[in-house]
Design a protein around this ligand. Sequence first.
Ligand code: HEC
Length: 205
Amino acid sequence: MTEHAVTDQAVTETASSSHQSSKAARTDEFQGAIVHIYGDIEEADNQLPRWWLWTFFGSVLFGIGYWFFYHGWSVGALPPEEYVAALEAAAGAGGEVSEELLVGLSQDRDAVAAGKEIFIANCSVCHLDSGAGKIGPNLTDAYWIHGNSIKEIHETINAGVLAKGMPAWGPTLGPKAVQRVTAFTLTLRNKNIPGKEPQGELQSQ
Ligand code: HEC
């Protein structure tokens, strides 16, 4: 029955070749009064159900709360931060400083910012703020004396090269700060800032 009524209405609409809205032609069994007809599309004008509105406003509030919790006020840790924190806990509990931890830190804005501060306070005298080198080598070029893999850079910073004037930072700064300054140093790799002449071997990474 309903199908017939729709078809009839559509035929009338097509016959009058009008796609404009026309006033209620009928009352639908389920939708109620049809107030607009556009071609074959019939529209009723009903209030949205309570449950739908609650779900909608609830999800808007949840979205706002979520944004402030994770991004606005950074109360909650995002998955990458939780991952780095777990790796850090593992390293702190006597485990080795893993490459994953150093990579994770080098991708973490706060850790890199902290590392930069440590670098400027302790390393700039010999490597300059930019890392382009002065007494110490250019850390932004492709030439490295002690290798530029993540582990090698961490090791050089941690243990130093005492005979050549590069201090050991592990005992002075502690493991956490060494990890952060390593993370910052990793962001300098291959930036190729003109500075001190190349020293060491050309590295492929
Ligand atoms: C007193 C000067 C001095 C300070 C301060 C210093 N360095 Fe160095 N650094 C050097 C010298 C000199 C070398 C080269 C060692 C060599 O010839 O073997 C070096 C080498 C390095 C290397 C290895 C470069 C390569 O080509 O393999 C890294 C990485 C490095 N420093 C990072 C740091 C960081 C990070 C800090 C701060 C926490 C720092 N340095 C502070 C003098 C310094």
